[in-house]
Ligand binder design. Structure first.
Ligand code: GLV
Ligand code: GLV
Length: 318
């Protein structure tokens, strides 16, 4: 029987299955993640860790937690975990893929539509009493139907976005490290660019100043992947200079952005608080998957959703 440190309260009752199997469960009850010292102390006692994507898990932490042999990440992205360091120490790592694909693709499409039709600005005008009357030239946005969507990283979520785009009669371009449209060409041709790569050393700042310069002056960048895939300073500059049309972001770097960050003051920017998987059903299923993996790890079985270290790649990976 093992001790499981869970770094946050989870939706649903999946943790009860750990207790029912005879394991002890220690849940961090605060709203903010455990600070490093608390993580070291509580994980130091544990046999398995159920952590979230905002908990950094590195070799030094694992060295301080010699009994931990299983790290189950609550989230599909696992850039918070040094998987190579874990593997070197015989620690298995899992994530929660598949169950959040549709929720995240829905949010990417919601952001795309909201930015195209200027929903944040127009709704704010209504709320503030600034909307006077219907006008032929008022609040003009961009057509989504028939537009070209560039999907960067055509994995599970990218392909789910492509399926939604088909319903909007969009032309879809895909760019991956191995196939599809070369990224520079995708950036030049797309009216909307949606990012779906994991954050790895190869994809950090994939969208930098040079990439942004290739985009159309009307193009909208959608990011539901990881903030670090985009160079925040370059994006802020491009939006203020109007060299791209807008950005709709579920993720930023840093996260959260300080309220006075110049990116938030840029025209046509929409930022939501990392809610890609945030539906009741999806987050409940993520709890179940994370617990399945912890149970497997504590029983000495292979983790059903085991991940491996990101492959070193000269370009970006899907
Ligand atoms: C959310 O960002 C996730 O990776 O699950
Ligand atoms: C718009 O509301 C229209 O009727 O064209």
């Amino acid at each position: 029987m093992g001790l499981v440190f869970v770094t946050r309260r989870l939706p649903g009752d999946a943790l009860e299955r750990l207790s029912a199997a005879g394991h002890e469960v220690d849940v961090w009850e605060e709203r903010l993640p455990p600070p490093r010292a608390a993580l070291l102390e509580r994980a130091g006692q544990a046999d398995a860790l159920l952590c979230t994507l905002v908990d950094p898990i590195d070799g030094a932490l694992l060295d301080a937690c010699p009994r931990v042999k299983t790290v189950a990440n609550y989230g599909v992205g696992y850039d918070n975990i040094d998987v190579a360091a874990a593997t070197a120490r015989g620690v298995a790592v899992s994530n929660t893929p598949d169950v959040l694909t549709d929720a995240t693709a829905d949010l990417a499409f919601a952001l795309l539509l909201a930015a195209a039709r200027r929903l944040p600005q127009t709704a704010a005008d209504v709320l503030a009493g600034r909307w006077g009357t219907w006008e032929p030239g008022g609040y003009l946005g961009h057509d989504v139907a028939g537009a070209t969507l560039g999907i960067v990283g055509a994995g599970r979520i990218g392909e789910a976005v492509a399926r939604r785009a088909a319903g909007f009669d969009m032309t879809v371009l895909r760019s991956t490290s191995r196939a599809g449209t070369p990224l520079p060409e995708l950036l030049e041709r797309s009216d909307f660019v949606s990012l779906h790569v994991p954050l790895t050393p190869a994809t950090r700042h994939l969208i930098d100043a040079a990439a942004l310069r290739r985009m159309k002056p009307t193009a909208i960048l959608v990011n539901t992947a990881r903030g670090g895939v985009v160079d925040t300073d370059a994006l802020t500059a491009a939006l203020h200079a109007g060299t791209i049309g807008g950005a709709a972001l579920d993720v930023t770097d840093p996260e959260p952005l300080p309220a006075d960050h110049p990116l938030l003051q840029a025209p046509n920017v929409l930022v939501v608080p990392h809610i890609g998987s945030a539906t009741t059903r999806t987050r409940t299923r993520m709890s179940e998957i994370a617990v399945d993996n912890v149970l497997a790890g504590l029983a000495g079985r292979p983790l059903p959703q085991a991940v491996s270290p990101p492959m070193p790649s000269p370009t970006h990976a899907a």
